[in-house]
Design a protein around this ligand. Sequence first.
Ligand code: ASP
Length: 322
Amino acid sequence: MTTRRKFLSSAALLSALPFLNKLKAASADTPVKPVVLSTWNFGQGANAEAWKVLAAGGRALDAVEKGVQVPEGDPLETSVGYGGLPDRDGRVTLDSCIMDEAANCGAVACLEHIMHPISVARRVMEKTPHVLLVGDGALQFALAQGFKKENLLTAASEKAWREWLKKAEYKPIANIENHDTIGMVALDQQQNMSGACTTSGMAYKIHGRVGDSPIIGAGLFVDNEIGAATSTGVGEEVIRICGSHLVVELMRQGNSPQEACELAVKRIVKNQPKKSREMQIGFLALSKNGAVGAYALQKGFTYALQTPEIKNQLFEAKSYYA
Ligand code: ASP
């Protein structure tokens, strides 16, 4: 997106390395906490909201829900929630999931008309015996839970869709700017971890398409003993490797969060040596000790990090392709 491009050229972009080394050193004996880590530039606004909960000693679960609600409710963010670019039929369909420190999780997929799908996902987790509700069923559940039915297609997103319709080119992997998800993972002062992931998915997708973002283990995974991970980018490829679960399991095997993210991205390259050059996928990981990892296929994957030492700053992840 242009805002992201603009941002990347700005002097404000920091190299993550000195900070991450510091975090690593600290994590050896003294765990860093609280920590909140989230994808893309909009992660900064989301972190700010999450930090209010974390700084007050609240649960990571509440922090991630509150945090990702920020881009969900922002009509100018065209890849999450309200104002999201629609599918090829002009319908805004949302995918979200949430997971807590006790492996409780909830998700909604292809949900329409609800401003904060993450909160519906949380209700699925807390009020039903299920993990994932989809489509009309998810909407009925949301309405029964008291969520309001709203039109999420803004005039700007409708205009962009009508423009797209002129050619209706369906090229989900070529355009690395057409999809961005907010994935957020957090560690609270009690040293519990949670995560949330929410998106309007790939722009102009086939109606009914669901990406990685609401799939526990693909778009998000939390294991309170080890760490948490989340992803953004072409969801189909993340699902194929159970991306976020893979990252956490690689950490369990002794890899640092950074190494785990790199290994997961390399797995995608191995699966798709040609296609991987044309698409973007990024992983973020946070260990139980507060160490952070970030890696992407292509340059330009930004993420926002806040810890007691790092005051909610944006970084650019290292990437496989230069
Ligand atoms: N992962 C999301 C999806 O495939 C979109 C994105 O993050 O770009 O729906």
